[in-house]
Structure formats: C-alpha cells, structure tokens
Ligand binder design. Structure first.
Ligand SMILES: Cc1cc2nc3c(=O)[nH]c(=O)nc-3n(C[C@H](O)[C@H](O)[C@H](O)COP(=O)(O)OP(=O)(O)OC[C@H]3O[C@@H](n4cnc5c(N)ncnc54)[C@H](O)[C@@H]3O)c2cc1C
Length: 446
C-alpha cells in the first residue's frame, strides 16, 4: 500500500518476511530511525526497522531541508556540529547524493535586542568550533543580493547547509539494507513484549520479533507508544505548513530566515518557503495531560502559535492507550500523518517573500503540504535509555530541527544501545529530565 503524497518522497524497497529475532529493533523510519539502523548495521549488529507506513513519509520528508547548528540550544551544539560533518560526508559514506550543499544559514532582523542575543550565542558557539558571525546591514545585503529590504543585522553560519528531505531518509534506509538491516514498511509496532521487567520482544502487526533492545524513533507517535507501557513522555504536536515554488532565478544561496518568511533553494531552482516558528496548536487530550510541562514553552512561543479551539479528540495520538496487542492499533489506523496546510499562513509568507525579492514576482506555488512537529517542553530531543525498563531506548522529540540533527542523533542512539563510547556527551538528551521535576523551557540563549 502506497499512500498519495503532497510532498516529494523517494521510495525504498521493503523486506517482506518478519525476522524471528534481532539484536535491536528500531520503531520508525524517519531520519532518526533510519540513521540509527544504518549505524547499527555498520557495526555488524543485527537490526530490524519497522515503519507503520512508508520510510520518510511523516516529518522527515515534510521539512524545509535546513541542516543547521546556528541558534541551537547550547547543549545541542556538539551534536549539531557532528551532524554537519556527517551530512558533508554522506555521499561518500552511503554512495548516494542526498542533496547536501554547504550553503550557510542566515537569520536577519531589525530588532536590536535579538541581534545582541545572536552575538552572545555566536560567542558561545565559537567555544565549540562553530564559527558564526553577526553581520551589519552591508554584510546581510551581500548575502541577499536580490533583496530590496534593508536589515539592521543578521547571524550567519557559513558551515551550515541543506539536504533534500525527499531523498535522505529513503537513501539512508536503503544503505542500511545493503549492510544487512531489515526494513519492513506497512508494519506497525503494537507494543513491547516485557518479561521479567525488561524488553524481550516487539509485537508488530505482522508478528513478534524477539529482541533485548528496542529503540523508539516514532516522531509524533512516541508519546502514545510510551503511554501504552506506563512511560511518561511529555510531547505535543504543532501543525506547520510549507510551500514549494516553481523555478525562479536565484535570490540568495543561503537558507534565509526573515521575520516574515524562511526560504531554501531547491535543486530544481524553486524555493521552499514557510513562516518560521509559526503553526497551529491543536488542543488534544495530551494538551491537558502535559499542560504544566509545557507552560513555560507556551508563554515563550504563544505569539506565533495559533490555538485551534475545542478538544480535538480525533487527533490520532491523543486518546486511550489501552489497546490489546492482538487487534488493530492507532498506528495501523493512521499510516501517515498528512495534515492540511494552512493556506492563509502560506499566502502571507509568499507575499512577504515576493515583497522582499521582486525577482520572485513570477513564482507560482508548485506544491503545499503540512506536517506535525513533535515537540518536547525544552525543544531538545530525548536520546536515551529508559532506566525503569531495561532494553527500551528512545530517540525522539526533535522539536522542529531533527532533520539536520538526524544522522548524528541516530549515531548517538546506536552508541547508547550498543554501549559504545557516545560521539558526544548525551547528558543534554537524558530522559530523566522529563520526569524528575526539572524546569523545562526552551533555551533563552538566543
Ligand atoms: C514543516 C516542517 C519543517 C521542518 N523543517 C526542518 C528543517 O528545516 N530542519 C530540521 O532539522 N528539521 C526540520 N523539521 C523537523 C524534522 O523534520 C523532524 O525533527 C525530523 O524529521 C524528525 O525525525 P524522526 O525520525 O524523529 O520522526 P519522523 O520523520 O516523524 O518519523 C517517525 C516515523 O515513525 C513511524 N512510526 C510511529 N509510530 C510507529 C509505530 N508504532 N510503528 C511503526 N512506525 C511508527 C512514523 O510513521 C514515522 O514515519 C521540520 C518539520 C516540519 C514538520
């Protein structure tokens, strides 16, 4: 079964027979899951990846394609830096071009307080060998030659870049298969088989795989999967909208974020355009469940979030988590989250884009799509073992920036599952902070 796509996405071949056993089973074929499966297979670990729909079909093909260290939470900078190195090396690593280009990332603003905070961030990042520069009006103009708008300043990270979301996750999954990983699509994980207080297997709709280690990389679904097993994971989803223009002349090479829109050049000469930090926040039972966890985040972000009033009990992952393992689960009922894009918001973004770049006047909308971003209260992912359930690991909650982090996040998850020395200090990603009363809020460093 292949579902129609609003966004572009390559297909990857599936294995059909469910292996009876594996060292590790990965749930979810997004960028985090496929990268973990690749890293595990490369170490000779036997690994099965199960994906309820199609590899890459949720967030990992719906994002803007930015790979950035710029503006990351301070704890994430080393992982983001590692990820950029992996993107740059991806073609020689897996033998496929996933569209990596070292274009740089540029934020622009007229807000002096914001520009000052960028300077503080750049000073901090330099200590981690990330060389970002705060630019003045002239410096910004040089990087946006087609723009008629004047900006007071900007933050620029030349080492950042972009990759092609339609290709990356499928290409990495295919590379994992070549190394011996099994990849099963249209195969939902229903739940864990727990024996003697630890993971003994994974129950899927196609049968049970015996394993001592399960890595959950389920994107927006992770909280529901965890709740089935009494594991608390505060995670909410925000609907974001994206458009892709028809080909137009190049306006700026870098990925640019202005207060009115964000843009990334596509390989066919169009632009992916969206509005940064904006989205619709559906009110679901999870909103009530995690209200206090997200209170500080809500206060910090509410200016850019549209609340969808009324309780959205139809949201597939907001409801009960008491299903049996021998019948259809919510994961099988919704093979692919495909929210309708917010056309009004996109029109605003496109108008602002064309006002800034007169040469874009002829751009037409080629495609539009929506995506559900899975967020944690501090906008930092969880990449960790769950201490109360030996054998259960997570790499989830990427909060709108997991595409860029993906290859390194998968590598780190593989390190933790196999007990190898982690590529970076995993402390910022610990699960325990979600449940031990830590004050969770987005990093105010920017
Ligand atoms: C509009 C938008 C713009 C974005 N822009 C950027 C950007 O420019 N740069 C950036 O770095 N990030 C960006 N992001 C965020 C980025 O796309 C995500 O953080 C990243 O793709 C998350 O990857 P993932 O593997 O964790 O989750 P996903 O890609 O969502 O994959 C999770 C997978 O798990 C599967 N699954 C879930 N439950 C089960 C189950 N029980 N059994 C089997 N399979 C299951 C799902 O079907 C899904 O395919 C953006 C996101 C959106 C929506």
């Amino acid at each position: 079964m292949v579902l129609p796509m609003r966004q572009l996405l390559d297909m990857v071949s599936s294995d059909t027979a469910l292996p009876a056993a594996a060292d590790v089973v990965v749930i979810g074929g997004g960028i985090a899951g496929v990268s973990a499966a690749y890293a595990l297979a490369k170490r000779g670990v036997s690994v099965v990846l199960v994906e309820k729909g199609q590899v890459g079909a949720e967030q990992s093909s719906r994002n803007w394609g930015w790979c950035r260290q710029q503006g990351r939470d301070k704890g994430e900078i080393p992982l983001a830096r590692h990820a950029i190195g992996m993107w740059a090396n991806m073609k020689s690593e897996i033998g496929v071009d996933v569209g990596w280009e070292n274009t740089g990332v540029l934020f622009v603003s007229n807000d002096l307080a914001q520009i000052a905070s960028w300077q503080r961030w750049a000073d901090y990042a330099r200590g981690h060998q990330v060389h970002s520069r705060v630019l003045d009006t002239t410096g910004v103009a040089a990087l946006m030659p087609g723009s008629t708008a004047k900006w007071t300043g900007g933050l620029h990270t030349p080492s950042d870049g972009k990759a092609e979301p339609s290709r990356a996750a499928p290409a990495i999954a295919a590379a994992a298969r070549r190394l011996g990983a099994h990849v099963l699509q249209n195969c939902a994980a229903r739940g864990l088989d727990i024996q003697g207080g630890r993971v003994a297997g994974l129950v899927t709709e196609k049968g049970t795989i015996r394993t001592s280690s399960v890595l959950l990389a389920g994107g927006a679904w992770s909280t529901l999967f965890c709740r089935r097993h009494g594991i608390r994971l505060p995670q909410l989803s925000v609907r974001a909208s994206v458009l892709r223009t028809t080909p137009i002349p190049q306006l700026a090479a870098a990925n640019v974020a202005t207060p009115g829109f964000c843009m990334r050049r596509t390989e066919d000469g169009g632009y992916v355009v969206a509005m940064s930090g904006t989205g619709t926040f559906p009110v679901t039972p999870d909103t009530l469940r995690y209200m206090f966890d997200f209170w500080a985040t809500w206060k910090a972000r509410k200016a850019k979030l549209k609340l969808r009033p009324g309780l959205d009990f139809l949201a597939p992952f907001g409801g009960n988590a008491n299903w049996g393992m021998d019948a259809e689960t919510p994961f099988e009922r919704v093979r692919m989250l495909d929210p309708t894009p917010d056309d009004k918001l996109l029109t605003r973004g496109l108008v602002s884009f064309k006002e800034t770049f007169p040469a874009a006047a002829g751009a037409r909308i080629g495609r539009t799509w929506g995506g559900l971003i899975d967020a944690t209260p501090d906008a930092v992912p969880v990449i960790d073992a769950v201490a109360t359930l030996p054998g259960f690991f997570m790499a989830t909650g990427f909060s709108g920036h997991g595409f860029g982090l993906g290859p390194a996040a998968g590598h780190l998850a593989a390190d933790l599952v196999t007990g190898a020395t982690p590529i970076v200090d995993p402390t910022p990603f610990r699960y325990q902070r979600m449940i031990d009363g830590s004050r969770l809020a987005p990093d105010s460093g920017l």
